[in-house]
Design a protein around this ligand. Structure first.
Ligand SMILES: [Zn+2]
Length: 139
């Protein structure tokens, strides 16, 4: 919405649909929005990593480097963060274009379920079971 405004394209209300508190910018939507912050907090807890604090999208996309993980788990966290961005964007668009209410639990469900399918589609062997994926152990 911020980018459209800068190009003199009026799309009406520019308030973030996730929190209703600030103008919608890329940085706000993915990093400082209260709902996005809750997403990253839940993801951090799920992945058993320090809480993800990002001041920019660049910080967010590099946060797996500071997760304290390495190898496959670090790669998985990177993918989960990308799915997190996609799920937040999807929730935003579902509200903007389909009037679908934004629910934190739907965003988390999408991240976990699509992330599970994504990961298992990438590996030939050692597929992860849903139970292990949900507890983020034995990976
Ligand atoms: Zn917001």
């Amino acid at each position: 919405m911020d980018t459209l405004k800068k190009r003199n394209i009026d799309r009406g209300d520019q308030t973030c649909v996730l929190c209703g508190d600030c103008d919608e910018t890329v940085e706000h939507l993915f990093t400082s929005c209260s709902l996005s912050s809750m997403v990253w907090s839940i993801i951090s807890s799920w992945c058993k990593i320090p809480v993800i604090w990002a001041f920019s999208v660049k910080d967010l996309l590099e946060s797996h480097e500071f997760s304290g993980l390495n190898g496959k788990k670090k790669e998985i966290v990177q993918g989960i963060i990308i799915f997190g961005c996609w799920s937040i964007w999807k929730a935003r668009n579902d509200f903007r274009f389909n009037d679908k209410p934004v629910k934190l639990e739907d965003i988390i469900r999408d991240i976990k379920s699509y992330g599970f399918f994504w990961f298992n589609a990438r590996v030939k062997d050692n597929k992860i079971k849903w139970k292990d994926w949900c507890s983020f152990v034995n990976m």
